[in-house]
Design a protein. Structure first.
Length: 363
């Protein structure tokens, strides 16, 4: 893409690759972090309403992204920023690195308007991170530049990029989050505990009809948070042991879970006919476990024998209107608490969940 030399007297200049999408040229350049805030100035008053409305920054996200960069200077990872350029831009191929003209130098006039279509929160977080750690300024991020005269394509590009983006599932987020102590523990527990081992869906947050899995990683994680009432992403050895012992003891006191371990029933049949593999019931078990362990620190394990007499059938009136409605599983917090009350009563607890929570709030 050519422009007169006069138009590019003052220009940003980057090593870049040239590509083609939808019959239009685009460029990928490595840009130093220190120029990102200058290259993409986000001033709401200078951005017309039709663009501004789609690019409202959620301020709450920016500090967490900035801290991610600052706290992980050796292994942070960012995907590319994607930008529309309204103004003079010229690509000069470098003949010394090939005859196809795909590698060269990209020049963008400093008079151009540049609008981020994907990555505005990353751009704001980079600016904040550089204030805390200026030495990061010489590191780089890849930026994809599209020529867009008058920014006419920008809205559609923004819509397409965000509409077609695939958000990772909660389970995958847990599986891949190696910095989070709790996530690492949950993954380890699914490998080490018989009831969870090879029976946990590690990627998806739901289980298909023909799957041989019985639990989801996200469901186990959520229920264990209810059990431990963790206030941070760290989990100490005592809490790890408590969680492991709780789920292990539960597995020995729910008859169908014992049959599952012994491979005498199929996960598919249990999922259809019973409620105890579903996330809402796991949450109820976690809530019940927290109450029992708090109230009976030395005798909570024997009390879990009450689970042996519980009617776990999906069509049982115990669960109707709580976690089941006309045979369909529900996930409502109020219903999960009611189910936890049913479990507490069955295990011989002398208090309701409401009374327990009121007493805890007074401490």
């Amino acid at each position: 893409m050519g422009r007169t030399s006069q138009e590019l007297d003052t220009a940003y200049s980057f090593d870049a690759l040239r590509g083609v999408q939808a019959s239009r040229e685009f460029y990928v350049a490595m840009c130093p972090l220190k120029i990102i805030p200058k290259l993409f100035i986000f001033n709401e008053e200078e951005v017309s309403p039709q663009f501004r409305a789609q690019r409202i920054l959620r301020d709450s996200r920016i500090p967490s992204i900035a801290n991610y960069i600052v706290n992980n200077p050796k292994d942070y990872v960012f995907s590319s920023l994607t930008s529309s350029v309204d103004g003079a831009m010229r690509f000069v191929p470098d003949p010394s690195v090939g005859s196809d003209g795909k590698i060269g130098r990209l020049h963008i006039s400093m008079e151009s308007r540049l609008l981020i279509n994907d990555g505005q929160h990353r751009r704001a977080a980079i600016e904040e991170a550089l204030k805390l750690k200026p030495e990061l300024g010489n590191e780089s991020i890849s930026v994809v530049f599209f020529s867009d005269k008058g920014l006419k394509r920008s809205q559609q590009m923004f819509s397409d990029l965000n509409k077609n983006a695939v958000k990772p599932t909660k389970s995958l987020g847990i599986l891949y989050d190696h910095r989070n102590d709790f996530s690492r523990f949950i993954v380890k527990m699914t490998h080490d505990l018989d009831i969870f081992h090879n029976r946990t869906e590690m990627e998806k947050t739901s289980i298909s009809n023909r799957s041989t899995k019985f639990f989801t990683l996200s469901g186990i994680s959520e229920a264990t948070k209810y059990l431990l009432k963790l206030k941070s992403k760290t989990i100490n050895p005592d809490a790890q042991n408590t969680a492991f012992e709780f789920w292990n003891t539960v597995s020995k006191n729910i008859p169908e879970w014992s049959l599952l371990i012994e491979k005498k029933v199929s996960p598919h049949d249990l999922r259809i006919d019973y409620v105890h593999s579903h996330t809402n019931m796991l949450n109820a078990l976690g809530i019940m476990g927290h109450v029992l362990i708090t109230q009976y620190p030395d005798s909570w394990k024997p009390k879990l024998k009450g689970l042996q007499k519980t009617d776990w059938a999906r069509d049982s009136q115990l669960w109707e209107g709580k976690v089941v409605l006309d045979g369909r599983m529900l996930k409502q917090k109020a219903g999960i608490k009611k189910a936890a009350d049913v479990l507490l009563k069955g295990c011989g607890a002398t208090t309701t969940l409401d009374d327990f929570e009121k007493n805890e709030s007074k401490k």
